[in-house]
Ligand binder design. Structure first.
Ligand code: AMP
Ligand code: MG
Length: 391
C-alpha cells in the first residue's frame, strides 16, 4: 500500500530517533556543517553598552536641530570615547565628545553626527553641518539581549551561524551526532565514471548526488560502491558497512524481477513502508536490515535526489522542508493520488514548468530553480500561488 508523505516521514524519523537523540559538545572551530542540537540563547547582550554606529561626535540632538552648512551648530569638544575606553564624564548642553564606531555613548548625549558632517571651528570647538541623529545610536541589546533564543535546534551550522554563536558568547556548541551513512548503488548496468561505458550501461550519478546531500545534512558518509543485482552481492556490499547508523541505497526497489532490495529486508530485516504517494519517487522503500535502518531510493536519478530532499533530509536534520509560495506562470497539472514535485523554472517573477519531467532526466534538476509542489488532485491554475521548495 502506498503511504502518504507524512506517514513516510514520521515512519523514517522513528527509525532514526534513538540514533539522533544524543548530543555532543563541539568547539566552535569544529562546528561547520554540523546540526545544532538545542536552542541557543545569548549569554550577553549586543551591543553590550549603548554605543555609536559610526565615527563622529556625540552630543544632544536638541542643540543641533537647526544645523546646516550655512547655520552650523557650534559645540565645545570636551573629550573622546573610544571602543574599549569610555568617556568618563557627561555631555551637557552646548558640548560634544568625539566618538568612534562601537564606542560607548557618554551620559547626557543622545545623538551622533558623523565626521563627514563636521568642520573644525578652532579653540576646541567643532561645527555640525547637519543635525545629529539618534538613529546612529545603537542601544544596548538592540541586536540581541542576554537570555534571548537566537539560534534554533536543527539549524545547519553555516559559517555565518557559527560566527553568530561566537557573538552570543558560546565557545562550544551542542551538536547532533554525526550519523555514519553507508551509500550503496545497485544495478548490473551501473558503471563508475571514468570507466569505459558499454552500450546499455549508465554511469553511477546517484552516488555522487547522495554523497554531497548527506554531507550537507551534517552527517558522515561511508562509500559502499556499487553492487550488481544479486541477493548475495547486495548483502555482501551492505556487510561492508559494519557500524553504519543508516544504509542508503539507490535502485532495485521497483516492481521488476531484479529489484531485490525489498527481498533483502523481507528476509533479513523489516519493511516499514514501500511506495509513497509522490512523483517522482513512488517506489521508495524504508525499513531495517539486520537492525540497521535502511532507506531504499529509486534508481532513476531525479527520483533518488527528490526523494532525498522530500523524505530523507528532513529526518537527518530534524527540520521540515522549507518552502515558499510563488505565482504560477502557467497551469500545473495534479496527479489523482500522488503529490507531484515538478521541476520549475523562474521566469518574470513567476514559476513555469521545466519542459522535461521524466525522472530519468537528471539535467532537469540542474537546469531548474525549484520543485513545484502540486498536492494530490489539486491542479494549480496560472496566476494562482503555488508552494515550491528550492531544488
Ligand atoms: P531501478 O530503480 O534499479 O529500476 O533503476 C531505474 C533506472 O535508474 C534505470 O534506468 C537505471 O539504469 C537507473 N539507475 C539506477 N541506478 C543508477 C545510478 N546509481 N546512477 C544513475 N542511474 C541509475
Ligand atoms: Mg536496477
Amino acid at each position: 500500500m502506498h503511504v502518504s508523505l507524512d506517514e513516510a516521514r514520521s515512519s523514517f524519523a522513528a527509525l532514526l530517533a534513538s540514533r539522533l537523540a544524543a548530543h555532543e559538545l563541539a568547539p566552535l572551530a569544529a562546528c561547520y556543517g554540523r546540526i545544532l542540537a538545542q536552542d541557543l540563547s545569548a549569554l550577553v547582550s549586543h551591543p553590550s553598552a549603548t554605543d555609536s554606529a559610526l565615527d563622529g561626535v556625540a552630543c544632544r540632538e536638541a542643540d543641533t536641530l537647526q544645523a546646516s552648512p550655512d547655520t552650523p551648530a557650534r559645540l565645545r569638544l570636551i573629550g573622546e570615547s573610544r571602543a574599549g575606553a569610555a568617556f568618563p564624564g557627561a555631555v551637557s548642553t552646548g558640548e560634544a565628545v568625539r566618538i568612534y564606531t562601537g564606542a560607548p555613548l557618554p551620559d547626557g548625549a543622545d545623538a551622533i553626527c558623523p565626521v563627514e558632517q563636521l568642520r573644525d571651528a578652532g579653540e576646541g570647538h567643532t561645527e555640525l553641518l547637519r543635525p545629529a541623529s539618534p538613529r546612529d545610536v545603537r542601544h544596548a541589546g538592540s541586536d540581541f539581549r542576554a537570555g534571548e533564543v537566537v539560534l534554533r535546534a536543527g539549524q545547519l551550522l553555516t559559517p555565518q551561524r557559527v560566527a553568530l554563536a561566537a557573538a552570543l558568547g558560546h565557545a562550544r556548541l551542542p551538536v547532533r551526532p554525526r550519523l555514519r551513512v553507508g551509500l550503496l548503488s545497485t544495478g548490473d548496468e551501473v558503471v563508475e565514471p571514468g570507466e569505459r561505458l558499454q552500450e546499455g550501461q549508465v554511469y553511477n550519478s546517484n552516488l555522487y548526488g547522495l554523497l554531497g546531500l548527506v554531507q550537507q545534512s551534517g552527517h558522515e558518509t561511508l562509500m559502499l560502491g556499487s553492487a550488481p543485482d544479486s541477493p548475495r552481492a547486495l548483502s555482501q556490499a551492505l556487510e561492508r558497512a559494519g557500524g553504519a547508523d543508516l544504509l542508503l541505497t539507490s535502485g532495485g526497489v521497483s516492481m521488476g524481477r531484479y529489484d531485490l532490495v525489498r527481498d533483502l529486508l523481507i528476509e533479513d530485516g523489516e519493511v516499514a513502508f514501500w511506495k509513497v504517494r509522490m512523483r517522482p519517487g513512488g517506489p521508495a522503500l524504508c525499513g531495517s536490515w539486520r537492525g540497521t535502518p535502511l532507506f531504499g531510493l529509486p534508481g532513476n536519478p531525479v527520483s533518488a535526489l527528490v526523494v532525498f530532499e522530500v523524505l530523507v533530509r528532513p529526518a537527518l536534520t530534524g527540520l521540515p522542508t522549507r518552502t515558499v509560495r510563488l505565482r504560477a506562470g502557467e497551469n500545473f497539472r495534479a496527479l489523482p493520488d500522488k503529490t507531484a514535485f515538478w521541476r520549475g523554472v523562474l521566469r518574470e517573477g513567476a514559476v513555469v514548468e521545466y519542459p522535461k519531467q521524466a525522472s530519468s532526466v537528471l539535467r532537469s534538476l540542474s537546469e531548474s530553480d525549484v520543485l513545484v509542489i502540486v498536492p494530490e488532485g489539486q491542479p494549480v491554475r496560472a496566476g494562482e500561488e503555488v508552494e515550491v521548495m528550492l531544488s
